[in-house]
Design a protein. Sequence first.
Length: 136
Amino acid sequence: MDDLTTDRLLELGDVPILDDDALLERATTLIQQGFVRRMWLLLLDDERRQLPLLPQIEGAPVSPDAETIATLSALLTGVAEIAAYVAIVLERPGQARATPDDLAWTDVIVRAAARTPRVQLLGVLLAHGRGVDALW
């Protein structure tokens, strides 16, 4: 993650993410493992090439609350202005096993994406203390 520059993102963007394995590989390359609690958005164009942006959302609660679906839906509506596809990586330190909170976040993200048809959710992944794994 230390060598993550716009040039590196442009270089990675030359290779489309065509399947789940490629998505997991890209997330692992970019994020490597979980150190703090945050979310990453991998934004892709209509040919599934990653855009040279890697937004991070800091300060998300451990568990989603009642307003989270509406907030994420609004966020994804904005994402749809620049991207055709999105993958979301939940980052947190700790165990590799998905926690109930990780699964609750996954559910909320999937439901928020269903409300935003102009951008397609490619996956939800978890960056934990030992690496990155797919949740959805």
